[in-house]
Design a protein around this ligand. Structure first.
Ligand SMILES: C[S@@+](CC[C@H](N)C(=O)[O-])C[C@H]1O[C@@H](n2cnc3c(N)ncnc32)[C@H](O)[C@@H]1O
Length: 469
């Protein structure tokens, strides 16, 4: 197996895609080291590694006690007391490293990589330095802010660069946000500088996974996940570095999906959940009151003549990827919302079902938030409510999804709620047997941070090709 080292590993989306690639029923890659500083993401990575190991030994089927934990029949503590699982967790901790990558611990990190890749002729470096500092929102908010220029996150890619320089792995895959393309530093665009640096004076050819050729413009490195089988609009810069001495390895691009994959394909079959009601006492009565109010207003304002959005049949590739191992549905609990928000969600989701992209200004007066600028075009508040549409890919699942329930409204007017962690995970193409450690906020955060594993799997396939597999 070809070793893979994952830095800034998050919950392991990129890593999952590589770990699952098989040729002739044999794994092509083995993730030998992961580095991440956030404790919850580290625990998620450890659990995932352990699950992979015990499931491999079980002939690829899900390990029964883990399955019982996902189904809620076993507590996490009980699973961790299981001797076989506990031993796999202990082994996973040997190569999932909780560490803050930075100049202070470069040598220690290098030692770990050295021992993990010591006997390998070829190996692959994956991961992307975190993106906050390049993000468009971050820059808009922080223009003229001295502390921004000194933000050490701005320079974390140097840690990546340090590993490249020391080890010169055969291939690297680096992911980042699109804001990177327009970010500048010291009068030079960040992407030009990064491309220069990563080339290591001709040691690497930095390629695009979607556009062929050597004379590439920065935008050629942008991958639109929705064009490659992911049910979510997610646009990220992904750089593929190929060491020049690998020779005339074929250059191939990711294959475009024939049809877009939709929200319905991803979450249409999940069990219904009733949202809880906050502020007032949670009760079925409050919930039904909100639903009836929304129904009454929808019939009054929309009439009967409206057309329902067509919902297509499912997508076999996605279905197999998400549900192939028959895992029970976990981490699928609805959040609480105010009673009036429930009615707003139901009304706006009804509009969406009728093919309209609803705005807060479309709410009837009974449901309009009391905000003096509510009817003024261009007010940021106007786009605060966003219904995900059954027949389209979702909007980008962001790491702040936990704080932004209004922006991720479930398309079913009868459920009146924002998305659950499992729904967000499905839109990100995490398989159903992927489990996220930590509080619900931390779970959302991890899900939103990741590279969609199905996309990562397709990238891994191209990397395997480059390495003659
Ligand atoms: C965009 S996420 C990575 C997502 C990951 N590639 C995936 O597919 O799941 C970036 C991660 O870098 C981590 N991180 C940020 N600064 C770090 C540092 N100095 N050392 C280690 N990890 C860091 C964050 O906690 C976050 O989980």
């Amino acid at each position: 197996m070809i070793p893979v080292v994952d830095v800034f590993a998050g919950p392991g989306g990129l890593n999952e895609g590589f770990a699952h690639l098989r040729r002739d029923d044999k794994a092509v890659f083995e993730v030998v080291s992961s580095f991440e500083m956030e404790p919850n993401a580290v625990e998620t990575l450890v659990m995932r590694e352990a699950v992979r190991e015990v499931s491999r030994r079980d002939g690829g089927g899900l390990y029964a006690p883990y399955k019982a934990m996902l189904a809620g029949r076993l507590q996490l503590g009980q699973l961790l007391d299981d001797d076989v699982f506990a031993a796999a967790v202990a082994r996973a901790r040997q190569h999932v490293h909780r560490v803050e990558l930075g100049p202070g611990n470069r040598a220690a990190v290098a030692d770990r990589i050295e021992s993990a890749t010591a006997h390998a002729k070829e190996w692959v470096l994956i991961g992307g330095p975190p993106c906050q500092a390049y993000s468009l929102v971050g820059r808009a908010r922080r223009t003229n802010d001295q502390s921004f220029a000194q933000d050490k996150k701005h320079f974390l890619y140097r840690e990546y660069l340090d590993i490249l320089k020391r080890f010169k792995p055969s291939v690297f895959v680096m992911e980042n946000v699109k804001g990177l393309l327009s970010a500048g530093h010291g009068g030079r665009s960040m992407i030009d500088r990064i491309l220069d640096d990563l080339g290591l004076d001709g040691t690497y050819e930095v390629r695009s996974l979607v556009v062929q050729g050597r004379d590439l413009a920065p935008r050629d490195f942008v991958i639109r996940a929705e064009a490659y089988g992911v049910p979510q609009r997610r646009h990220r810069v992904i750089l593929l570095g190929v060491r020049a001495d690998l020779g005339a390895v074929p250059a191939t691009s990711l294959r475009l999906s024939e049809t877009p994959v939709t929200v319905h394909d991803a979450i249409g079959d999940l069990p219904h959940r009733r949202s809880r009601v906050s502020r007032t006492k949670d009760s079925d009565i409050a919930w039904i009151r909100a639903r009836e109010l929304a129904r009454h207003l929808a019939v009054r304002d929309l009439g009967e003549a409206c057309r329902r959005e067509p919902v297509r049949a499912g997508n076999p590739e996605l279905e197999n990827w998400l549900k192939g191992r028959g895992a029970p549905i976990s981490q699928h609990d609805a959040r609480s919302h105010m009673e009036l928000d429930l009615a707003r969600y139901a009304f706006l989701a009804t509009l969406a079902e009728h093919g309209i992209a609803p705005k807060v200004a479309d709410l009837p007066v009974e449901l309009k938030p009391h905000h003096k600028n509510i009817d003024v075009a261009g007010t940021p508040f106007i786009d605060r409510f966003k219904v995900q549409r059954w027949s389209l890919p979702s909007s980008t699942v962001a790491s702040h999804i936990s704080k932004d329930g209004h922006y991720y409204i479930h398309p079913d007017p009868d459920q009146m709620r924002s998305l659950t962690v499992r729904e967000a995970a499905r839109l990100q193409t995490f398989p159903d047997d992927y489990w996220f450690y930590g509080t619900r906020t931390m779970q959302f955060h991890q899900v939103g941070n990741a590279v969609p594993p199905l996309l990562a799997h397709k990238i891994a396939d191209k990397v395997a090709e480059l390495l003659g597999q």
